[in-house]
Write a protein that binds this ligand. Structure first.
Ligand code: BTN
Length: 259
C-alpha cells in the first residue's frame, strides 16, 4: 500500500481529512484499521484501486482504476440499533453527490442502498463497524463505490452500469468531493432530526414501493408487495400470509402491485 498526500482535500467540508492511496486492499478495511488506532472522526480514505474490494453480503467489489472507492470513518454516539439507518443516510448522500456532478443522470435507490440508473446498478454502500480495543469507542465506516468509467458484468445479481456508459464524463475527484459534502449534509440532518426526514426522502427516491418484489435472504426468499420501510429502516412487505419485516437481503422487482 502506498500513501500519497492529499491533492484535493481543500475542497472537502471543514473537519474532513483525506487520506489518498494509489492502491489499497479495501478502503473499508483501511478505515477500520485506522479506527483501531483512534484516528479522528471524518477521516476519509480514498483508494484509486482496491485489491480486495468488499461488497454487501460477503460479495467482492471489482475495483479497477477509474472508479470511486472511498470510506468515511465515523464514531456515532446513537444507540447501536439505530446505526443501520446510516445506510439510508449514505444512499441519499451519494445520490446527491452523483446528481451534483452528473445532473442529467437520474439515480434511483433500491433498498437498502443500491443506486441504480435505468434499472442498472451504478453504486453501492457498505457499512462496517467495530469497537476500538483501547478506547472501546464504536466506529462505523461508510464505504461507497461508484462505477465512474467502467462497470463489471454484474454487481450482485443485477446488471451494472457506469457514469461513462450513461454519457457522463465525470472526474473521480469531483465526485468524491460532492459525495463527501452529501455525507456531511445528511449525517447532520440525521444527527439533529433523527431518522424521520431521512426515511421520507429515501422513500421519495426509492424504486419498488407498492410493487411486487422478491426478497432473497440468507435462509429464504419471500415475495410480496413492498409497502414501506419502517422506523428502523427495515423493509416491510405484505404477503398472503401477512406482513414480513426484512433487515437484510437483496430485493428484485418482479412486477406491478395489485393497485
Ligand atoms: C455493495 O455490495 O453494493 C456495496 C459495495 C461497496 C463498495 C465500496 S468501494 C469502497 C468501500 N471499500 C470496500 O471494500 N467496499 C466499499
Amino acid at each position: 500500500m502506498t500513501g500519497e498526500g492529499p491533492t484535493s482535500g481543500s475542497d472537502l467540508p471543514d473537519g474532513f481529512t483525506l487520506i489518498r492511496l494509489s492502491i489499497v486492499d479495501s478502503t473499508n478495511a483501511e478505515a477500520l484499521r485506522l479506527a483501531q488506532m483512534n484516528a479522528p472522526a471524518n477521516t476519509l480514505i480514498w483508494g484509486e484501486q482496491q485489491t480486495h474490494g468488499r461488497g454487501r453480503r460477503g460479495r467482492t467489489w471489482d475495483s479497477p482504476f477509474g472508479n470511486l472507492y472511498c470510506s468515511l470513518l465515523t464514531y456515532p454516539t446513537k444507540p447501536a440499533d439505530q446505526l443501520a439507518q446510516l445506510a439510508f443516510v449514505a444512499a441519499l448522500a451519494l445520490s446527491d453527490g452523483i446528481a451534483a456532478v452528473a445532473p442529467d443522470i437520474s439515480v434511483e435507490i433500491k433498498w437498502p442502498n443500491d443506486l441504480l440508473v435505468g434499472g442498472r446498478k451504478i453504486a453501492g454502500v457498505l457499512l462496517e463497524g467495530n469497537v476500538a480495543e483501547n478506547s472501546k469507542r464504536r466506529s462505523l465506516v461508510i464505504g461507497m463505490g461508484v462505477n465512474v468509467s467502467s462497470h463489471p458484468e454484474n454487481q450482485g445479481a443485477i446488471p451494472a452500469t457506469s457514469l461513462a456508459r450513461e454519457g457522463a464524463n465525470v472526474s473521480v475527484n469531483d465526485l468524491l468531493v460532492a459525495a463527501t459534502h452529501g455525507l456531511e449534509r445528511w449525517i447532520g440532518i440525521w444527527e439533529a432530526e433523527g431518522f424521520a426526514p431521512i426515511r421520507t426522502e429515501w422513500m421519495n427516491r426509492a424504486i419498488g414501493i407498492g410493487e411486487k418484489v422478491e426478497v432473497r435472504m440468507a435462509e429464504k426468499t419471500v415475495a410480496g408487495i413492498f409497502r414501506h420501510v419502517d422506523d428502523m429502516g427495515a423493509l416491510v412487505i405484505s404477503t398472503v400470509g401477512g406482513d414480513h419485516t426484512v433487515n437484510a437481503g437483496d430485493v428484485f422487482l418482479i412486477g406491478p402491485g395489485e393497485g
